[in-house]
Design a protein around this ligand. Structure first.
Ligand code: SF4
Ligand code: SF4
Length: 207
């Protein structure tokens, strides 16, 4: 008898549990949904949300300010000076470009999204975007390279700079030599012994 009572008790508990659950579900049919059908529907981000960085390399003057301020050193920039015969143009903010930027890498896996790199940029070319879905299986794919210089461009820029520096050094050396030559005759004159006055007796030891 006790076993039969336990059997029906279990059925009763099962039915009431389902009824309670269905009551809660039924109630939620009439309240507005608080969830989104992500990824088909996405939340609108706040205006100043900080996500993936982007660099408009055409406007970068290679000043390195963003890299210097980064607390985790995840921005790597290398530059090559342009030569006097090269015109790299100006940025959209009117800044003259004087440096080639062969390397501009951001290791976004290290980035803590502090946004500190954005504020000091004089040309406003490094910005936070609203892109937050960029997970990767390979960590190396999280190193973003923004430079658009090809290896040939880099080699050419380095060669030009080397040649210009050698020419400048040669000009400087020639100018120094010419200046030294210009002052030499008066110096040599000063070192010459004064010729004895006519009639002055010869000093002992002079022959
Ligand atoms: S957001 Fe912060 S951590 Fe990320 S690159 Fe900029 S300065 Fe560095
Ligand atoms: S601060 Fe701006 S202009 Fe200067 S190197 Fe960084 S991105 Fe380029």
């Amino acid at each position: 008898m006790a076993a039969v009572r336990a059997y029906f008790n279990n059925i009763w508990i099962a039915l009431t549990t389902v009824a309670v659950g269905m009551k809660i579900t039924f109630k939620h049919l009439f309240v507005p949904a608080v969830t989104l059908q992500y990824p088909d529907v996405k939340l609108k981000l706040p205006e100043r949300a900080r996500n993936r960085l982007y660099v408009n390399i055409d406007d970068c003057i290679g000043c390195d300010q963003c890299s210097m301020v980064c607390p985790v050193d995840c921005i790597i920039i290398e530059t090559i000076k342009s030569t006097p015969d090269q015109d790299l143009g100006t940025t959209s903010t009117g800044h003259k470009k004087r440096l080639h930027v062969p390397v501009f890498d951001i290791d976004i896996a290290k980035c803590c999204y502090c946004g500190l790199c954005v504020y000091p940029c004089p040309t406003e070319c490094i910005v936070m975007t609203d892109v937050y879905e960029f997970s990767e299986f390979d960590r190396n794919r999280l190193i973003y390279s923004f430079s658009i210089m090809t290896p040939q461009d880099i080699e050419l820029a380095k060669e030009k700079l080397k040649k210009a520096e050698e020419e400048a050094a040669a000009k400087k050396a020639a100018a120094t030599a010419a200046a030294a030559k210009a002052v030499q005759p008066s110096g040599a004159q000063a070192l010459k012994p004064a010729s004895p006055e006519p009639g002055t007796p010869e000093q002992p030891g002079n022959s």
